[in-house]
Design a protein around this ligand. Sequence first.
Ligand SMILES: NC(=O)c1ccc[n+]([C@@H]2O[C@H](COP(=O)([O-])OP(=O)(O)OC[C@H]3O[C@@H](n4cnc5c(N)ncnc54)[C@H](O)[C@@H]3O)[C@@H](O)[C@H]2O)c1
Length: 345
Amino acid sequence: MHCILVTGGAGFIGLNFVKMLLRKHPEVKVVNLDALTYAGNLASLEDCMDNPMHCFVHGNILDKELVSFVIRRHCVEGVLNFAAESHVDRSIDAPRIFFETNVMGTLNLLECARECGVRRFLQVSTDEVYGSLGKEGAFSEDSPVKPNSPYSASKAAADHLVHSFYHTFGMDCVITRCSNNYGPYQFPEKMIPLCISNICKGIGIPVYGDGLHVRDWLYVEDHCVALWKVFNEADGGEVFNIGGCNERPNIETVKTLLSLLEADESLITFVKDRPGHDRRYAIDASKIMTQLGWRPSVCFEEGLAKTVKWYLDNQPWLEGIATGSYRKIKPPAFEDCRGSSADSG
Ligand SMILES: NC(=O)c1ccc[n+]([C@@H]2O[C@H](COP(=O)([O-])OP(=O)(O)OC[C@H]3O[C@@H](n4cnc5c(N)ncnc54)[C@H](O)[C@@H]3O)[C@@H](O)[C@H]2O)c1
């Protein structure tokens, strides 16, 4: 495809995806639509802003007129929807925005993509739609969808919508469900960057409950490679799980980070468990491995070490978030994007 629309490409996974594409597939033009909520950070995209194959558009996926305009103006052939409210704790405090963005936003994108004749739509979803596991087993693509948090319920609803557009309208849609990601540029409200940031400042690391909740971690770049593979190679209507085969109790991950940063375990502070906290996630990713030949390439120990190094080397990025200065970076004027897109089709 010559031109794709990435939504949420100023957030953690979306921006890693945009950077990967500009690096590895310079023939593909990326239109990056992001509302720049607290989770969107233009500082992370600094090195992409002058790239003629990247066009940043500041806008909301709920804005139908804008989305249709952008798709038509840039002759967008495919959409990858990363845009979402993504933090479970926030969904417990204020669920409504999760449904507005994650459900109505996805519906809006689907309608625009369909009306504008977009060839393929990829929905970036999560393993959290499956709910929680006991001690054994792993989620397969056929596992029942049983979300437990407002966040995962909104993502599950969006998945159902995407499937309905495939089934009812014959729209070429695919869904990916990935386990927990970590790596550079993750907002420091999420577990791994929060730990790194607190350890660096010598302040307590909050660990929910007994710390024995199990997560299956995947290095973000491996997720991005998988997404591009599914986008290009999967049959329409398919769902693909993406996982790292890296199950770890949270407390173990925290202790590994403490040891990487040569800090003391006394920083661990157990706090009251999150309501409805899913106990264990594990992904059976054999479908994407056998059908599309994808495999994670970065093991957890290597990925964590790279991630710690990235945060240590990029303290100004973290400080920009701590002080709020990242929210003052001005997005490019929309006209600039329109100008630079003249020959994109
Ligand atoms: N982080 C993970 O571990 C993980 C795992 C599996 C799946 N996912 C999914 O991957 C996607 C990206 O996750 P992330 O961790 O990068 O999230 P993030 O919170 O870091 O980024 C979300 C981005 O979406 C943008 N956004 C929010 N509302 C918008 C709107 N209405 N219109 C346009 N843009 C909007 C934000 O500004 C931000 O840049 C999400 O759909 C999430 O559900 C995340």
